[in-house]
Design a protein around this ligand. Sequence first.
Ligand SMILES: [Mg+2]
Length: 264
Amino acid sequence: MRALERLSEDEARRVEGVITDLDDTMLDQGRLGEAAYGALWRAQRAGLPVLVATGRPAGWGEVLARQWPVVGVVAENGGVAFQRVGAGVERVERVSAEERQARRLQLACGAAELTALFPELQAADDNETRLSDVTFDVGERVQLPPDRVAQIAAQARSWGFRVTVSSVHLHLSLDGDDKASGALWFLQQRLGLDPSRARGRWAFVGDSGNDAPCFAAFSLTFGVANVLPALPLLSRPPRYLAPGACGEGFVQVIDALVKNSCNP
Ligand SMILES: [Mg+2]
């Protein structure tokens, strides 16, 4: 990892868009600060499209895609995405309605069995608007020790679930996508971008273990300062490290890219 200030003008100028995580990257303890929201608008003005890639639920994705100056929102760690089209929002996902229903039933059974084995598990408070996963709170209102979270994740994986752990949540899913494959699929399907080019030309900003697929998939990646404790969970660390944590770090990354854009 290199310090953000070492990002070269050439490297910044090659960036055609930014994919960003939400929690503990753009958001500070779940809240969107004034500076981070301003950075989204500056990116848009500079011609730098922003795509959100989050583990948060479909219900959030639909609202954010409608209200924020972003090209889309990939929610549930790649399971479902939203794009603003005209005055409305379109949902895009790879599986049919019938398959989604069957998976939801399997997920509910798996979640019940997991809770029976690990009684300390509590459902996250955002499950009601989820479509492709079931989510437990491990670091938001409830704090579970990392070794216990790892044990729970291993159990669920042994049953065939895809398990994703972020700074706040543990997600069970039967979808194959992760944040990177979901984001690349969205960029290809909805914006017509070649996935190989997108890997090289779209930057990523994130902070935690569920960002590992994006840190590995994209050439130019940025960690906000609070990514440091998550480094053991990342197969590949971010290329650059912002000095600020959470929203402050996000603003620093966007400003470093906007400075070198066509319309700074
Ligand atoms: Mg995060």
